[in-house]
Design a binder for this molecule. Sequence first.
Ligand code: NAD
Length: 270
Amino acid sequence: MSGRLQNKNCIITGAAGYGFHYLSKNSGIGIETAILFASHGAKVILSDINQKSLDIALAKVKHLVPHAVLKTQHTDVSKEAHVRALVAAAEEWGGVDVLFNNAGIMHPLDGDENTDEKVWELTHNINVKGVWFGCKYAIAAMRKHGRPSSIINTASVVALVGSAASQLAYTASKGAVLAMTRELAIVHARHNIRLNSLCPGPLNTPLLQAFLDTPEKASRRLIHLPMGRFGEAVEQAQVVVFLASDESSYLNAAEMAVDGGMTRAYVTSE
Ligand code: NAD
């Protein structure tokens, strides 16, 4: 199991999730990925806008992977100076090899075409600009050291299929992540840098479960899931490990739908 990410310096944005205690259940794709990256031998920088959750996340990874080499960096991905400093923080290890642009929000007031402009701007500043800033500084660092490098950008299944339950600012932001990732993957294909998108289906994480706050909203989604359940964050993290490692060395510009078959299904019922 161990060693798949040996000698890789990895950065994860939105790595904290919403843990309340370091022994509590994990809560997000970022923290699950940090645990797996560390257990596969990577050096990991966990970053997040929420310092308190970040401290808990660090304690959690240390508890589960005692020998891991870790650090944290408080980062708001919508702020360019923060992201520049985040990527620079990997320089003392020799520079970043893997960037997982995972931070993202789905605003509770996001809706259809009448979504408030402030909700739109906040969503796009984090979900799109944050990914762009990450790519901008990580690609520069990766080109400098020249080692095989990987950037994984988190989109969503709503970037692949139209959602009847509208969250327009979020959907548009994730579509932008797909397009940006695809183009940068082609531009940098000869620079030893791979870029791929992760498109998670609906997961059992606080971000979505806060949005699906009534049984009616939840069942409206569940009916479309061939496996009859939401995915788990760790099921995304397992794919991210593959995309980060050299095992996926010929995978570039891919849109990995990790959705239990949702985007390939016509109709499902009991
Ligand atoms: P989560 O809410 O558990 O984690 C998101 C993290 O991002 C949190 O720790 C939060 O503090 C952090 N964050 C928010 N704004 C930030 C900012 N400006 N700068 C830095 N960090 C910030 O969410 P999750 O469900 O694990 O989602 C992770 C990613 O997966 C997001 O991009 C999300 O859009 C995407 N996604 C999630 C689902 C799902 O069902 N949960 C489905 C598809 C895509």
